[in-house]
Design a protein around this ligand. Structure first.
Ligand SMILES: *Cc1c(COP(=O)(O)O)cnc(C)c1O
Length: 380
């Protein structure tokens, strides 16, 4: 059996152990501690926000952002449809109702056109959303200027789900810093990892300090244990933050490596008729977390599922593009605003899309194995 090629495996720098050892040497085996403080400061400095709060997951950070914005029962929250379920699950935790917004073709992310329609509708019904969760898919930033202009007009705050776009840029500014809150994930498959973890970033220091309070069981200032609001246990462990510190030091290298993986796929497969790689919007710089492409059925008879099975036979892991959330049984009955009535963009991307192995540690030989399967499968 050939060795397994994974979609997006962890890629350690080697320095992680040093910070973990420090935590052990000082017995900071705790949620919180010096590694957490350092990791937060360095991440905030890297993306350019005034602060950051390390959490147990990206999902937890999204939930905290919703809580900080006062989202609760009876509220609605708009969210990109083409994304991982973790973008929207916290809306349900808060007791609110999601409304899903379609993608547009140039970024595969939230369509400003569909968002504007949804806002007009909500305004007419006197039921504006409490927040809009904008996702940056596979590293590509959404059309932030257009989306923010719409949200500003209706005075609705934005949460930027940048779980997949750490290290990416939009018009020279770091992804994740455009909304009232930004969220990153350090899950095992992300561009850098702490094995599990997340980060909430913002320029609103008051909100960040409230998030620290909520994430540590919301304990009132009193000598005894007193609580007057619901809290969570959402902070990051000091051991895992040690992994994060070391990973952050090599983030820019990881971005470069993933981009060269992407470029190599384009150079070797770009000529095949019917293959369209995920675009990169002008004035943006994607970390290319995953190389994604769509197969045009008018040129290629093989479906993404058949191609994924074919790759699996060679012990290569590939995945479909996220199944849009408006199609998920979990969100049955939730409202959805398409980009175009005649062709729902997120459904088209889902039906035709595939994500290829994109790890920053993938060797040229390994990538050649993937490329050869695609060449032989798609050019017949
Ligand atoms: C990974 C991911 C999350 C959730 O992050 P976790 O750290 O796994 O909770 C949220 N949104 C998107 C788009 C993701 O890809």
């Amino acid at each position: 059996m050939k060795s397994r090629i994974l979609l997006s495996p962890p890629h350690m720098s080697g320095v992680e152990q040093k910070y973990i050892n420090e935590a052990f040497a000082t017995n900071w085996i705790a949620p919180l501690g010096p590694n957490v403080n350092e990791f937060e400061e360095q991440l905030a400095a890297y993306v350019g926000t005034s602060g950051a709060v390390a959490t147990s997951s990206g999902t937890a950070a999204i939930h905290l952002a919703l809580e900080l914005l006062g989202v609760g029962g009876g509220d609605t929250v708009f969210c990109s449809s083409l994304t991982f379920v973790a973008s929207a699950n916290p809306i349900l935790y808060s007791g609110a109702t999601p409304v899903f917004i379609d993608s547009e073709e140039e970024t595969w992310n939230m369509s400003p056109f569909a968002l504007a329609l949804a806002m007009e509708d909500a305004q007419a019904k006197r039921r504006l959303p409490k927040a809009v969760i904008v996702v940056n898919l596979f590293g590509q930033s959404a059309k932030m200027d257009e989306l923010l202009a719409i949200c500003d007009r209706y005075e609705v705050p934005v949460i930027e789900d940048a779980a997949e776009s750490l290290g990416s840029l939009y018009k020279g500014r770091k992804s994740g810093t455009f909304g009232r809150f930004g969220v990153f994930s350090f899950n095992g498959n992300k561009i850098i990892t702490t094995s599990g973890g997340g980060m909430l970033v913002s320029n609103d220091q008051e909100a960040l300090s409230r998030s620290r309070f909520l994430a540590t069981q919301a304990r009132d200032e009193a000598k005894h244990y007193q609580h007057s609001t619901v809290g969570y246990n959402y902070r990051m462990s000091n051991i895992l933050a040690g992994v994060g510190r070391a990973q952050l030091e090599v983030l820019d290298d990881r971005v470069k490596a993933r981009r060269s993986v992407f470029n190599r796929y384009v150079e070797t497969l770009g000529d095949i008729k019917g293959i369209d790689f995920m675009p990169e919007l002008e004035n943006t710089y994607s970390n290319r977390w995953l190389t994604a492409l769509i197969l045009d059925p008018s040129y290629i008879s093989m479906t993404p599922y058949e191609l994924i099975d074919r790759l699996e036979e060679e012990n290569i892991e590939a995945r479909p593009v996220w199944k849009p959330l408006h199609l998920q049984p979990l969100f049955k009955g939730c409202a959805f605003y398409p980009h175009d009535q005649n062709e729902i963009v997120s459904e088209k991307l889902f039906a035709r899309g595939i994500c290829l192995p994109s790890g920053s540690s993938m060797t040229v030989e390994e990538q050649n194995r993937v490329i050869n399967v695609l060449k032989s499968s798609l050019t017949r």
